[in-house]
Ligand binder design. Structure first.
Ligand code: M6R
Length: 615
């Protein structure tokens, strides 16, 4: 997905912009570009392909400007090409813009501008923006140049339908930059004499920890020393500075071959951070930011958990725990389905939204819909100040640290841990006596997870060996029952995403109802068995596929009796409700090693983006 970087200060902007773009590479892109202002003139350099190639374009090192904007583009309107890359300028080349998001009514605006004498050079939706700003600037009677440009930007935004995060520089106002956002992320990092702008905190985290987190329809005029904020009606207001405690080193590879591997190995630490002081050995449970009452929780007739991809799989694991200890029917929904299916929601519904990035377009739309229908909303996110956290009534953070690899790993385990803690919190508020001892036991098991994860991560060899054996396969199957099925779904998604191997996850009991017809000699089946009450059943399903010639990998913490399986990865025993937090790790590693064997780009799989900010 597109990425934005900007700089205004005393230093040469170009190296800072390129460095920021490199840090945003994980979002996925097909072209990149930068623009700076020098001697009251805008210079734009852009290129199809990688940022490293942009950095080799003749003349780029001659850019001396100390104010600049930059962009990595993920093509939506118009093919990947230099002309379609950002920044785009207006026809007179006085205004340059980078844009994340989609302008839905761009054809109409383009037609309007063409009728008014404007010419277009790209097929993008974005190119209407600088031209429309120019159009309104020319029409504006305001004398003050700064306000005149701001009003032109404001008028332009009134015409735009869709989503946007915009950085705008202009030779008409050469020492300033205007930024604005709507339904697309944008943050501003600050020091006394510099401003760093980005769509994503990690891109600028090495420069500052002090951030302004922009809300929708807020406009900012930036100079190196100032940030002037204006609301949707252009009334000036003050915005507080937020300190982001993330460590810049956490956004680096730190000696690991890939971010994904680093993030897999970080899980004991990230889980520790997720637990924090929320749970204690003596059984207390507090979650900062939550103040639900017993009356409110008792009034609920339904809880929805809404998310996409991996976050949705975390929701599936969380559902079982919440439903069991809170006795409220809990449904998990895919955000892109939920938002269009007129779900049954009223003031007796609590809707929990899970999103690592907090910027997923479908999840945000589902949240807005739920609020409009009168439900209370709770966001579970990893990114402080992200869009869902600003929309939701309540927010709880996973505190997993920046997740850079497209394939989500540590965010998933942190989400499941946090949902388990949330279930315990709900049960405590509800004064649930029935499960008091079980809940105490579950709390203890959660606190033991980091050290158990360390154990899992010591046992990499058999996974690597099995990956080497099967990496050329075309299809694979994942089987499990209960929570093991939820882990199977996530394991299968990881495999597809980074190894491009077709895979399916099945509830093991469903095998006989169709999928077993796909099993033939040599097919690979991964079986997950972590629940004492279900292990015999899953074993018999796995035996069925072995009889039909399947090669198997078993992930288990159960006594497998006399059954002899060829490849078994043993993980520590834990409460089955939270076992996906352990069983997913060998599956993450399995996908990782397959991807490496195939020589693929693990961190940036084809066609995928880290943050899916468009529908
Ligand atoms: O940022 P989010 O958690 O909202 O992202 C949701 C999905 O796009 C994400 O989990 C996706 O499925 C990952 N690439 C999976 O590894």
């Amino acid at each position: 997905m597109c990425g934005i970087v900007g700089y205004i200060g005393n230093k040469k902007a170009k190296p800072i912009l390129i460095n920021g773009l490199l840090r945003l590479e994980y979002r996925g892109y097909d072209s990149a570009g930068i623009a700076t202002i020098e001697n009251d003139k805008i210079s734009v350099i852009k290129n199809k392909g990688r940022v490293a190639e942009l950095d080799k374009v003749p003349g780029i090192n001659d850019l001396q400007g100390t104010i600049g904007i930059a962009h990595t583009r993920w093509a939506t309107h118009g093919k990947p090409s230099t002309e379609n890359s950002h920044p785009h300028t207006d026809m007179s080349k006085q205004i340059a813009v980078v844009h994340n998001g989609i302008i839905e009514n761009y054809s109409e605006l383009r037609e309007f501008l063409q009728k008014n004498g404007y010419t277009f050079y790209s097929q993008t939706d974005t190119e209407v923006i600088p031209n429309l700003i120019h159009y309104y600037y020319e029409k504006e009677s305001e004398n003050d140049k700064e306000l005149k440009l701001l009003k032109a930007v404001h008028n332009t935004c009134q015409d735009l339908k869709g989503s946007y995060a915009l950085e705008i520089i202009s030779s008409l106002l050469p020492d300033k930059m205007i930024v604005v956002r709507k339904d697309s992320p944008l943050v501003i990092g600050k020091s006394a004499t510099e401003k760093y702008i980005s769509s994503d905190i990690p891109a600028i985290l090495s420069y500052t920890k002090d951030f302004y987190l922009l809300n929708d329809n807020e406009y900012v005029i930036l100079s190196k020393t100032n940030a002037d904020f204006y609301d949707k009606d252009l009334n000036k207001f003050n915005k507080p500075v937020e300190n982001i405690a993330w460590n810049a080193a956490a956004a680096e590879k730190e000696g690991y071959a890939d971010f994904m591997l680093k993030e897999i190995f970080e899980q004991p630490k990230s889980i520790r951070e997720t637990i924090g002081s929320r749970l204690t050995q003596d059984g207390t449970c507090n979650i900062e930011g939550l103040n639900f009452t017993k009356e409110y929780l008792e009034s609920l007739n339904r809880i929805y958990i809404v998310a996409c991809g991996t976050a949705m799989h975390a929701g599936l694991a969380g559902k079982t725990i919440i439903e069991k200890y809170c006795n409220v029917p809990t449904e998990v929904d895919i955000a892109s389905e939920f938002r269009y299916r007129d779900p049954l929601i009223d003031e007796k519904t609590l809707v929990i939204f899970i999103s690592q990035s907090g910027e997923t377009a479908d999840t945000i739309a589902a949240l807005k819909l739920s609020k409009a229908k009168g439900a209370k909303t709770l966001a579970v996110s990893n990114v402080i100040g992200s869009s869902i956290t600003r929309e939701a009534d309540y927010t709880i953070y996973t505190h997993a640290g920046p997740e850079i690899a497209v394939a989500s790993t540590k965010a998933y385990t942190s989400q499941v841990v946090l949902l388990a803690i949330l279930a315990i919190y709900f049960a405590k508020v509800l004064e649930n006596k029935k499960y008091e001892n079980e809940i105490k036991e579950l709390s203890r098991e959660i606190l033991e997870l980091p050290s158990k994860l360390e154990e899992v991560l010591k046992n990499v060899k058999p996974i690597k060996k099995f990956a080497k054996k099967v990496y050329t396969e075309k299809d694979m199957f994942f089987l499990g029952r209960g929570v093991d099925y939820t882990a199977a779904l996530e394991g299968s998604l990881k495999l597809k995403e980074i190894s491009y191997i077709h895979s399916e996850a099945y509830a093991a009991g469903e095998l006989k109802h169709g999928p077993i017809a796909l099993i033939e000699n040599g097919v690979t089946v991964i079986g997950i068995m972590t629940d004492k009450n279900l292990v015999e059943k899953t074993i018999s399903n796995v035996q069925e596929v072995i009889t039909r010639g399947a090669k198997t990998l078993i992930i288990s913490n159960q006594d497998l009796g006399d059954h002899k399986f060829d490849n078994v990865v043993t993980i520590p025993e834990t409460n089955p409700l939270i076992s996906p937090i352990l069983s997913i790790v060998p599956l993450q590693l399995f996908s990782y090693y397959i991807s490496k064997e195939k020589g693929l780009d693990v961190d940036k799989p084809r066609n995928l983006a880290k943050s899916v900010t468009v529908e």
